[in-house]
Design a protein around this ligand. Structure first.
Ligand code: ZN
Length: 129
């Protein structure tokens, strides 16, 4: 799958963090229907939108970035692709919240373990309460 026959320009944008990046901007709607969360640079599945705005004829103009290899691209994408990306982001968020829950649970479990260990060691005495 080659992009060489598509018109594109390279544009430099500055992120809110102050980092300047160069993005390739395609002037035509992405024709392939590829999955936007997949990074063409590192084949990761972490691509995220830096900005998006609705364009005419139901397309979306997105600036995308991979947090893994810093691949970026800006262009027009089909609504289905953008919705798919949104779903993927929702899944990512849900996964993160689950991880956080597990982590919080693990922290509590280790605190309970420490408490039990302290009890068993006789370090905690009735006058501590
Ligand atoms: Zn990447």
């Amino acid at each position: 799958m080659s992009h060489s026959n598509r018109n594109h320009t390279v544009r430099r944008i500055v992120l809110p963090s102050g980092r300047a990046i160069e993005v390739i901007r395609f002037s035509e709607v992405e024709p392939t229907g590829r999955q936007l969360s997949m990074c063409p640079g590192c084949s990761g599945d972490l691509v995220q939108p830096l900005s998006w705005s609705e364009s005419s004829d139901g397309c979306w103009e997105l600036t995308l970035e991979c947090p893994n290899c810093w691949w970026t691209e800006a262009g027009l994408y089909q609504r289905e692709q953008v919705e798919q990306l949104e779903d993927r982001l929702d899944e990512g968020l849900a996964g993160m919240i689950n991880d956080l829950r597990r982590l919080t649970h693990a922290n509590m479990a280790s605190e309970v373990d420490r408490f039990i260990a302290a009890l068993n060691a006789g370090v905690i005495l009735p006058e501590d309460f």
